[in-house]
Structures are given as structure tokens and as C-alpha cells.
Design a protein around this ligand. Structure first.
Ligand code: ZN
Length: 280
């Protein structure tokens, strides 16, 4: 079983404001593609057995994908895809939207991004979504880490800000995206001490020195079993992410630096993330 726990859908009409412009400028890649159609997404997933397809609703950065769009797509492939709703916490009816997405749209989890949504994770408007997710027994994938957008605040982005949430809602299953980069040590110490916190390895392999050090740190702290394969498609593909993981020891080649055993990398690649998150 190979699971990509972090993939996006969203077409050009869902990406407004400067989201794509900022991505291209900061990444230095003027060709950076963030809009995809559903056929492209489906084709990219042929490498994996299961995928989580994330909604995205952050009016602050102009990335707003209708939850119905996500639901319509994943239900064409229920045997393989699980859809996560996204809710903008600024909306007055955020909790009602979440209930609707789970009960009427058949979505299976929630995607949040405090830095994109321009709100502190401990704001009461966020807390009500964490509380409701624990009550509904659904997992959250949360982007807690930095980003390329100009008009956002890093004050909302550090993974340590999730500690009060994890303490208040101990049964809430949360996956911190991208190892919370660049606050990887913070993410590792959080997922180590909170039973229901995990992290994904998406969109990290193309910084090979950071990624190598991150995996050495994760291994030394004993959290390798809490790491999930992810691609952040369309930022990268599942195949490139798997290849990047298998190439993790490249910076150590020809040195006496530690290496990550191949079987521990394969265990991450073949982890049944759907079962761990209760999506099966
Ligand atoms: Zn993402």
C-alpha cells in the first residue's frame, strides 16, 4: 500500500490574487504550475494506491476551491481517493460548513492553513473547528510552516502553536504538513510527545541538505513511524517524492555522516496512512 497523503486540486479560476505570482517569484521558477485539471491529477496518482485530495479555502491569499468540486471528483474514485474539506475560519458558519462537508458531501477530513487563512491557530474561530473535528472523529491536515506568499504572517506559522490544540483535544488526529519547515525540530518534538500528531514529508526532497538533516533528526528522536509520504501535488509528483526519499542519503555519500537505512525509508513509502488516520 502506497499512500500520498497530501495532494491538491484547483483550476485557474480557483487561484486568484497573487498566489501563483508569489509562488513563481519566490521559487525562482517562472513555469511553476499550481493549477491542475482533474485528469492531470488522476494521471499523476497512478504511482500510488491511495491519495488524500485536499480542498483549500483561504480568501486571504485568493486560493479558494469549492468543497463540492473536491467531493464530486473523489466520489468518481471512492476506491482510491479520500477528500478533505477546507473551511475558512473567518466564515461565521464555519462549523455548519464542516458538518455539511462531512455529512452531505461525504468528505473525510479537514485541511487548514493558519498562515494562509491569516489567523492564529488559538483564535476561538479556529478552536471551534478543532473541537468539532474531534467530535466528528475526523483527521486534520494542517499547513503549519512557512510559505512563499507575501501577504501572510509567520507569527501564525510555527508548529509549536499547535501545542495548546493538541493538549486541549488529545483525540484529534492531526498531520503537520511538510515537517513544519523550516521549524522541523519543533515539529519532531511535537509529534514525539503527542500520540495523535503526525507529519508528512511532502515538498521537502528538493532541498536535499535540509531533508537529509530532517530525517536524521527524526530518526534520532524516534519518530520515523509517525511520518507519511506526501507529494504536495502539483508542486511535486508522488513518483518524484518517492525517488527523493530513496535518495535521502546522497548528501552523506563518501562521508562518515549517518545514513537512513533503506528499510526505514521503504516503511514510510509503504505506510498505510489511510488506516492510521481512520480513513479506510
Ligand atoms: Zn500543500
Amino acid at each position: 500500500m502506497i499512500v500520498d497523503c497530501h495532494t491538491h486540486v484547483g483550476e485557474a479560476e480557483h487561484l486568484t490574487k497573487d498566489f501563483v505570482k508569489d509562488a513563481r517569484e519566490v521559487s525562482g521558477n517562472p513555469q511553476q504550475q499550481l493549477a491542475v485539471n482533474l485528469d492531470e491529477h488522476w494521471a499523476a496518482m497512478k504511482t500510488v494506491d491511495r491519495s488524500i485530495v485536499l480542498g483549500f479555502r483561504a480568501h486571504n491569499v485568493g486560493y479558494v476551491v469549492p468543497n463540492e468540486y473536491v467531493a464530486n471528483y473523489v466520489h468518481q474514485h471512492d476506491e482510491k481517493l479520500a477528500g478533505f474539506a477546507s473551511i475558512d475560519p473567518h466564515d461565521d458558519d464555519a462549523v455548519e460548513q464542516l458538518d455539511y462537508c462531512m455529512k452531505d458531501l461525504g468528505l473525510k477530513g479537514l485541511k487548514l492553513g493558519p498562515i494562509y487563512q491569516n489567523m492564529h491557530p488559538s483564535d476561538p474561530k479556529f478552536i471551534r473547528l478543532f473541537r468539532r473535528s474531534e467530535q466528528l472523529d475526523i483527521p486534520i491536515l494542517i499547513h503549519q510552516g512557512t510559505t512563499f506568499c507575501h501577504n501572510v504572517s509567520l507569527e501564525y506559522a510555527n508548529p509549536v502553536l499547535l501545542q495548546p490544540i493538541a493538549l486541549a483535544f488529545p483525540n484529534l488526529r492531526m498531520v503537520i504538513a511538510h515537517l513544519g519547515h523550516p521549524w522541523i525540530g519543533e515539529t519532531i518534538s511535537l509529534i514525539r510527545k503527542h500520540r495523535n500528531l503526525y507529519s508528512d514529508l511532502s515538498a521537502l526532497y528538493y532541498r536535499p541538505w535540509q531533508f537529509y538533516n530532517a530525517m536524521v533528526l527524526a530518526r534520532e528522536y524516534g519518530v520515523m513511524h509517525k511520518l507519511f509520504l506526501g507529494s504536495d501535488y502539483p508542486v511535486t509528483t508522488p513518483q518524484a517524492s518517492i525517488d527523493g526519499l530513496r535518495n535521502i542519503n546522497a548528501p552523506a555519500a563518501g562521508t562518515a555522516m549517518p545514513t537512513i537505512p533503506a528499510e526505514e525509508i521503504e516503511a514510510i513509502i509503504h505506510r498505510d496512512t489511510f488506516a492510521i488516520l481512520g480513513l479506510s
